[in-house]
Design a protein around this ligand. Structure first.
Ligand SMILES: [Zn+2]
Length: 207
């Protein structure tokens, strides 16, 4: 029984974007508390969602070999859940790393807006470091070498340059990091594919 409770469940945010992985135990708790619904692939390209009571009924009607049994209770292990409430759902902090800054900025120079190979991008302090600019999510952006050279030791406005977008701390860990090291369940595939192609990494859209 405990091994079922430890199984991995894919977590979708309200936009149906894959954002995390949690244990079945955690997923069932969120479901029970009304903070998540179970998502099941209906097989015809559509998805059904279940609240706790619906999922409980479904578990009786269509038992799965991987049901969690108690003496009076049987419930299927969810594979995918959809968060319906964000409050109090613990968010993993996105590590402030070179890799994650590139992810957030999508390998795009934040001054000229062009996409580069990572080896051709620098990390730029928007407010220069020797003028008190901190090394933080809000003050570090990807910059191509020509833009970096042109900006030199100046603020963007002094250099007559504009940021493509204001740098912010991403709210969700870029999904690709969560993904690695977990065996993927078949029912995750749809969402992982969507996540891979569509999620704007580091976007805080509705998160
Ligand atoms: Zn540039």
């Amino acid at each position: 029984m405990s091994s079922f409770l430890d199984q991995h469940v894919l977590v979708l945010n309200r936009l149906w974007q894959a954002v995390n992985i949690c244990s079945a135990k955690r997923a069932l708790t969120l479901l029970f508390e009304g903070r998540a619904q179970v998502v099941v692939n209906a097989g015809d390209g559509s998805f059904q969602t279940f609240n706790f009571n619906q999922w409980h009924d479904f578990s009786q009607q269509q038992p799965d070999p991987e049901c969690i049994h108690t003496i009076s209770f049987r419930i299927r292990v969810p594979r995918v859940i959809l968060l319906v409430i964000f409050d109090r759902v613990p968010k993993k902090e996105v590590k402030f790393t070179r890799h994650n800054i590139f992810e957030r900025d999508q390998n795009t120079c934040q001054y000229c807006g062009k996409v580069f190979d990572r080896k051709d991008l620098n990390l730029d302090h928007v407010m220069p470091r020797d003028r008190g600019g901190p090394t933080t999510w809000e003050n570090i952006v990807c910059s191509c070498i020509p833009c970096n050279t042109r900006k030199a030791n100046r603020t963007p406005s002094e250099a007559g340059m504009h940021l493509v977008r204001k740098p912010k701390r991403p709210k969700w860990r870029p999904f690709v990091q969560v993904n690695f090291g977990f065996q993927q369940h078949e029912s995750w595939k749809h969402f992982l594919d969507l996540a891979y192609w569509n999620v704007e990494l580091g976007s805080d859209a509705d998160a």
